[in-house]
Design a protein around this ligand. Sequence first.
Ligand SMILES: [Zn+2]
Length: 261
Amino acid sequence: MDPNTFSQFETQSSDSCEWCAKPLTLIRFKVFQQEFTLRPACECRIRAQEEREKQALLEELRRSMRQQGLEEGLYAHMRLERWKKRDASTKAAAKKLEGYLESVRHGAKNWLYLFGGYGLGKTHLGVSALRCLCLERRWEPLLIRWSEYCSRIQQGWRNANAGSEYDLWCDAINATVLVLDDIDKRASSEWALGKLFELIDHRYLYQLPTVLIANRGIEKLTTFWSGSELMQDLASAIISRILGQLSAVIEFSGSDFRLQA
Ligand SMILES: [Zn+2]
């Protein structure tokens, strides 16, 4: 470029930030002999703006959790710090969950499989993971109770006011971090298992963090979902994707603490 056309030089001037009083370096440049001066934004203003954006996003994520009922009733107490380490097994479960969160922080495989009997805290730890990842990584969270989600889709077929299948599907695939609770609570139909496969397949392809909660261990799902040949194929496809993205498995055993005084 012709040096006579454009030249730039920085000057330390007496100009300073009106917020933190730090001196500001003005940038002066000439274009066709005409001089221009740029006054850069002070770092303190840039940091303040970033902080405002971060707080706005956190507020948005908290609103999303409130809308899903995760700040009410029993869900509100489902936090890692409120997990009662009453014995070796509950201590080990908390340690595994921390290990899983650490692995997600390092961008390793990011799926978690929680399984065991009722009332042992699977949902507590699943929701704790959802909350941690949402607030720490600022990821859009979603909790889906699988059989309820399927019922809502089916209601949408009959009732235009219920959420449409497309909207519900978008929620599930757009959530950055998803907890799928009770995936094997009810006997599945071919249709429901096909839906579960679509969801699992999408999240697997895009490597989206997913927490699966079940009553059975992964190896028992094939027998559970073996109603037809199609279901067996779907079950194998679902399981192979789960295993492909799996970071940790936590098994819950013992007796239902909801029944204990
Ligand atoms: Zn400043």
